[in-house]
Design a protein around this ligand. Structure first.
Ligand code: OSB
Ligand code: MG
Length: 373
């Protein structure tokens, strides 16, 4: 592969409905796309950072700065997915920026080899179970309507966003209306260990798990909480690498893990998290960051690995966008098909991408062919 440059592309894409979590309300996504430009091909990656540092420390403009100033300058024309990961190692943090560039390079590299992400990662199934993450609503009836709609579409698992003041009542209402569905909650760090007795009341609702109740750096707190509630604790924000995953599991802080490639620095590390969890007998599922079809294609391929035994937040394109930038991912009997074409298996549709684009920037890879005498 001969990498010639990296193109950054900023797009603005409205969500079909506002998505409210304990960290804020999203009505649109500002997405940074990365395109690896090679001699005779290209590859795409999506940066999942949000526009503000409210889910994690990263945000779109910061990620673009890191990519431009520190990541792309470390790349060489003869890069490959492992060399790129190695080249980024001296730069601390910024996993979403690294993951976006890494995905674009992996896509270009796999397209050259006519190999799909699924084949490369080790997919063992042709389609993956789809769950859906349901935001905080203005009222219980509005929540019940939203859940009803998703269940009618075929989603196999419902995740309810919770925060103090919106937890027991919405969960009780959904569980009473739907006694047999797979149901779980996500608090995005909104609680403290002092809420343990309150969170234990969720035990009454037969939940699959409680996701990230406490702050991301509080592994000890999650371990203590796990002894006070019967519902399994699942970490999202806290799990930033395979080594952190092993540590959190060993300490008893988590018994299920949400894997997001962007949160752990890329698909190679995401696969290592999967493997370390499998070795510990800890099931995993694929999280989401409201991705467009570019990020979604990679997530769906990842979710086809053997230890992804729970439905993920891998919903259909229509749950997020009226018109996705790629051909849409659609639900078939509650599953999404794993793309089989080379690389991601999808590319942005130029006529859709163009009007959503607010800016592009091309970053050439300095040529190493000329050497001083
Ligand atoms: O915590 O899982 C999360 C969306 C944005 C940021 C964080 C999270 C989420 C979701 C939605 O829960 C997942 C999705 O449908 O993509
Ligand atoms: Mg989460």
């Amino acid at each position: 592969m001969k990498l010639e440059g990296v193109e950054l592309r900023w797009i603005e894409i409205p969500l079909v409905a506002p998505f409210r979590t304990s960290f804020g309300t999203e009505t649109r996504r500002s997405v940074l796309l990365v395109r690896a430009v090679t001699g005779d091909g290209e590859g795409w990656g999506e940066c999942v950072a949000m526009s503000e540092p409210v889910y994690s420390a990263e945000y779109v403009d910061g990620a673009a700065h890191v990519i431009r100033s520190f990541l792309v300058p470390k790349l060489t024309a003869d890069t490959d997915p492992w060399r790129a990961e190695q080249a980024f190692r001296p730069i601390h943090g910024h996993p979403m920026a690294k993951a976006a560039v890494g995905a674009a390079i992996l896509d270009a590299w796999l397209r050259e080899r006519s190999t799909s992400f699924g084949e490369f990662l080790g997919a063992v199934r042709p389609s993956v179970a789809a769950g859906v993450s349901v935001g905080i609503m203005d009222s219980i009836p509005a929540l019940l309507d939203a859940v009803e709609g998703y269940l009618e579409e075929g989603y196999q698992r419902i995740k309810l966003k919770i925060e103090p003041g919106w937890d027991l009542e919405p969960v009780r209402a959904v569980r009473e209306r739907h006694p047999d569905i797979l149901l779980q909650t996500d608090a995005n760090t909104a609680y403290t260990l002092a809420d343990a007795r309150h969170l234990a009341k969720l035990d009454a609702f037969d939940l699959l798990l409680i996701e990230q109740p406490l702050p991301e750096d509080d592994i000890a707190g999650h371990a203590a909480l796990a002894r006070l509630v019967r519902t399994p604790i699942c970490l999202d924000e806290s799990i930033t690498s395979a080594s952190v995953a092993a540590d959190a599991i060993t300490r008893g802080a988590t018994s299920i893990i949400n894997i997001k490639p962007g949160r752990v620095g890329g698909l190679l590390e995401a696969r290592r998290v999967h493997d370390v969890c499998a070795a510990h007998g800890v099931p995993v599922w694929c999280g989401g960051m409201l991705e467009t079809g570019i990020g979604r294609a990679a997530n769906v391929a990842l979710a086809a690995l053997p230890n992804f035994t729970l439905p993920g937040d891998t919903s259909a394109s229509s749950r997020y966008y009226t018109t996705d930038i790629t051909p849409p991912f659609t639900l078939h009997n509650g599953t999404l098909p794993v793309p089989t074409a080379p690389g991601l298996g999808v590319t942005p549709t130029p006529t859709t991408l163009q009007p959503l684009t607010t800016r592009t920037e091309y970053l050439p890879i300095p040529s190493q062919t000329t050497r001083p005498l």
